[in-house]
Design a protein around this ligand. Structure first.
Ligand code: ADP
Ligand code: MG
Length: 248
């Protein structure tokens, strides 16, 4: 858990007045309307909000899969707002791991091969792909499942393989879009525990979109998106406001 006594580090994710407009047919949808946020190293932050409130759009922008129409976004102190695709791909590869609701594993590859693949493709390979893949799968409680293919694994196990794959190249930030949305509550619980352990052991910053209030309550902090904006934190109890979630 993050300690208040810790000397404050600069945010690893910084968004300022992020707006995202999308053209749909002849009209404009404003998916995000001036989002400000700061997320600090090693935090585990939940994003909740109704369907269509902009959660996936926000995660995509944080991860450099999409760009804001207005406003700025910085990752590890580097402004990525107007980066060219090549540079953005590089940031994405080095800094970000993604986990989605649907696991998107390659069905013909074993768990081990799925996790080793992004290491084999990495430009600066830090570790031997299969050694690192084994270590990650072990850490995620899948030590006995190296040679299983996705269809020989449960949903929760597949999602943990997907998490291992997302972590293959040691990104400092892990973004997860409803990673438990397709799982029963027990498997969802295992996935959450796996993410917490990774955060504790590797210092990864985790941003998790969820519909599940009971998972959200276990985050260090929860941001609520409504209609493309972050709601001001309620009361003084649970959520903190060190990132100044106020609207201008
Ligand atoms: N590619 C797209 N084209 C058109 N509209 C989109 C697209 N992506 C998202 N939207 C719209 O933007 C809003 C936010 O969507 P999204 O970020 O997916 O919400 P959430 O993840 O909270 O359900 C919604 O109104 C959605 O319909
Ligand atoms: Mg979504």
């Amino acid at each position: 858990m993050s300690s208040k006594l810790e000397i404050e580090k600069p945010p690893v994710i910084h968004a300022s007045k992020v707006t995202r407009e999308l053209k749909v047919g002849s009209h404009i949808v404003r998916a995000l309307r001036g989002v400000n946020l700061d997320i600090y190293p090693n935090e585990m932050v939940g994003i909740i909000g109704p369907s269509g409130s902009g959660k996936s759009t926000l995660l995509g922008i944080i991860g450099g899969l999409d760009s804001p129409t207005e406003g700025t976004i910085a990752i590890d102190g580097v402004d990525i707002t107007r980066m060219k695709e090549g540079q953005l791909t590089d940031i994405r590869n080095r800094k970000i791991g993604f986990v989605f609701q649907f696991f998107n594993l390659i069905p013909t590859l074993t768990a081990l091969e799925n996790v080793a693949l992004p290491i084999e493709f990495a430009q600066q390979r830090r570790r031997k792909p299969f050694e690192r893949a084994k270590e990650l799968l072990d850490q995620l409680g899948l030590g006995g499942r190296f040679h299983h293919r996705p269809n020989e694994l449960s949903g929760g196990q597949q999602q943990r393989v997907a998490i291992a794959r997302a972590l293959a190249n040691d990104p400092p930030i892990l973004l997860a879009d409803e990673p438990t949305g397709n799982l029963d509550s027990r498997s969802g619980e295992n996935v959450l525990e796996a993410l917490s352990a990774i955060r504790d052991e590797q210092g990864t910053t985790v941003v998790l979109v969820t519909h599940d209030q009971s998972l959200a309550e276990r985050m260090d902090r929860v941001l609520t998106l409504v209609d493309g904006r972050i709601e001001p934190a309620k009361g003084s109890g649970g959520a903190t406001t060190k990132d100044g979630q106020m609207r201008d």
